[in-house]
Write a protein that binds this ligand. Structure first.
Ligand code: ATP
Length: 219
């Protein structure tokens, strides 16, 4: 009888990535290494059409994320939300990813603290932990008081050592990380005012932005 394959450890980091920058990438790589993930997927979110600046289409955001992680061990791109014609709920994305994995594979949804605190407003949020673990990126200077609605969940599901989260899904843990002071908003503003974003994005992303003349006008 053949031996069952070892359970894989897969992470998902969603974002608009408009554009992807070194803050995202450095944070993703640190999490992937610290958690010993086999793969951390950067998953660009679809946005409502009225919020898309006309010059940056979803396919440009996707192309930039792809070029940023090309050749980077452990980091990959998951384009499933952009393949749909409307924004997806996270629960739908998790169900879709989970359907492609082995039952024993561990799935980690990586969220910033702010996103985590907003969880109770998400569609079918109480089902998320059936499909994944939640890994909250916490910054050392952040407020650590969760909203009341999350207190019971944390009491029941949180584990202190994130690397010890066992099973395919169901736990919450925290990783402390000092983020680089870079944001996509800052990058868009620099480009709109004709300034360089060199060293804030990977060279391949910079080349893409220049070749396609992206973010030239204020948004
Ligand atoms: P914007 O400035 O347009 O709001 P952003 O730079 O915050 O964008 P997002 O695409 O919204 O980027 O972020 C995707 C994910 O990456 C979020 O979970 C966010 O918390 C995280 N993130 C954003 N900037 C950084 C950073 N500098 N370091 C670590 N994580 C970051």
């Amino acid at each position: 009888m053949s031996k069952a394959p070892a359970a894989r450890r897969i992470g998902i980091l969603g974002g608009t990535f408009d554009p992807v920058h070194i803050g995202h990438l450095r944070s993703a790589l640190e999490v992937a290494e610290f958690m010993r993930l086999d793969e951390l997927r950067l998953l660009p979110n679809a946005r409502p059409p009225h919020r898309d600046t006309p010059q940056v289409a979803a396919h440009d955001r996707l192309a930039m994320v792809r070029s940023a992680v090309q050749g980077v061990e452990r980091l990959s791109v998951d384009a499933r939300e952009l393949a749909r014609d409307k924004p997806s709920y996270t629960i739908d994305t998790l169900e879709s990813v989970r359907a492609e994995l082995h039952a024993d594979d561990q799935l980690f949804l990586v969220l910033g603290w702010d996103a985590f605190c907003g969880l109770p407003s998400w569609h079918r949020w109480d089902e998320l932990l059936q499909h994944c673990h939640i890994l909250v990126l916490q910054r050392p200077d952040a407020d650590v008081e969760p909203p009341d609605e999350l207190r019971n969940l944390l009491a029941a599901r949180s584990v202190s050592d994130p690397t010890a989260m066992s099973g395919p899904a169901g736990h919450i843990s925290f990783v402390w990380q000092t983020p680089l002071a870079v944001s996509a908003t800052q990058i868009r503003q620099l480009l709109a005012s004709g300034r360089s974003v060199r060293f804030l994005v990977p060279d391949a992303v910079l080349a893409y932005i220049e070749a396609h003349e992206l973010y030239r006008v204020p948004n």
